[in-house]
Design a protein around this ligand. Structure first.
Ligand SMILES: Cc1cc2nc3c(=O)[nH]c(=O)nc-3n(C[C@H](O)[C@H](O)[C@H](O)COP(=O)(O)OP(=O)(O)OC[C@H]3O[C@@H](n4cnc5c(N)ncnc54)[C@H](O)[C@@H]3O)c2cc1C
Length: 302
């Protein structure tokens, strides 16, 4: 079997190389970021690369079509990130491969794949038999990260056609510091945080721990306190440490946190569902707990 993977950061390159190794598949990689080319060539024998000015889906489609033609894969894989989902959609439209999202495991059985994916907002998993060509959108943390190969792969630059009149404009968003999906520690504010200005406590805690901060969907989509959020309809994260502050722990949110190694919850309601998933829980009012936590971390020099 042959697999073409698209990845948008180094960790995803390693995770998707891990998937290829598991399937004992010949693997090519496609990247749209020049900074990833060297990393990709240490993991894949062939790397297709195109430097897109901005992430223009039409240009991405042209490049993906060229990469598909050259690699001729049975399986296409991408991360369950915002861009990864777009590229998976392109792969599927261009190749006719069945797209399967939120994949947590894959086994090859002859010409078929046995795929497990999350369903019902991440509360259950379903097993499917999928024929190739197939397009897999992989959940964070589901695949082991591969190590570098001894050799360096061949890099081929694919020219992006003109965007056909479509212009993609990127607006700077409020400074978020470290991006949550790249951070080792992520502190997330939920609706227990009552005022926008109280997010300063969340930011301060995240900074002291050298991590990133984010919010649940209501704080972003309803109150407009952030452009992004964590969960099934937002970002998926796999940090070493997740701290949910005033977060109830509904499945739609927790699905985005599945990859976290340690989950800590601060919530005043002892029956909050997040405590069913937390490794450590603090039952208490966040307005009392956080100032103490922040003070103690400062005393210890974080
Ligand atoms: C299709 C769909 C997709 C969705 N996608 C997402 C998603 O991607 N991400 C997401 O987050 N949500 C998503 N949601 C919404 C999700 O179902 C929940 O409604 C949301 O996650 C709840 O956010 P919350 O925990 O901040 O708020 P709440 O559920 O209101 O919880 C607030 C918590 O704060 C606690 N609290 C209150 N005051 C304090 C205090 N002073 N100190 C300590 N604790 C306190 C309360 O006990 C409560 O547990 C989605 C919903 C739908 C229908």
């Amino acid at each position: 079997m042959r697999i073409l993977v698209y990845a948008d950061n180094a960790s995803w390159l390693k995770q998707l190389r891990g998937l290829a190794d598991k399937l004992e598949a010949e693997a090519c990689a496609l990247v749209f970021d020049g900074n990833l080319v060297e990393e990709a060539s240490r993991l894949f024998s062939r790397v297709y690369y195109s430097s897109l000015q901005a992430f223009n889906p039409l240009q991405a489609a042209h490049v993906a079509a060229k990469a598909l033609e050259k690699c001729n894969p049975d399986i296409m894989a991408a991360p369950c990130t915002n861009k990864g989902r777009i590229v998976a959609g392109l792969f599927s439209a261009l190749s006719g491969g069945l797209p399967v999202s939120d994949v947590i495991s894959v086994e090859a059985e002859g010409e078929e794949l046995r795929v497990k994916r999350l369903v019902f907002g991440g509360t259950a998993s379903a097993s499917l038999r999928v024929n190739v060509p197939a397009v897999l959108c992989v959940s964070p943390g589901a695949m082991p990260e591969a190590t570098y190969r001894g050799s360096i792969g061949v890099v081929e630059e694919l020219r992006a056609e003109s965007a056909g009149g479509i212009e993609v404009e990127f607006k700077a968003r409020e400074a978020v510091g470290v991006e949550p999906d790249k951070a080792d520690v992520v502190v997330v504010a939920g609706r227990g945080v009552k005022r926008r200005e109280d997010l300063s406590m969340i930011r301060e805690l995240a900074e002291l721990l050298g991590g990133a901060w984010s919010v649940t969907r209501p704080l972003a989509a309803d109150y407009g306190w952030s452009d992004t959020w964590i969960g099934i309809s937002g970002l998926s994260i796999a940090p070493r440490l997740y701290i949910g502050v005033g977060v109830s722990g509904q499945p739609h949110h927790m699905m985005g946190v599945r990859g976290a190694k340690i989950i800590v919850a601060v919530n005043k309601d002892p029956n909050a569902p997040i405590f069913n998933e937390a490794d450590y829980g603090i039952i208490g009012d966040l307005y009392k707990v956080l100032p103490v936590l922040i003070r103690r971390l400062k005393e210890r020099g974080a």
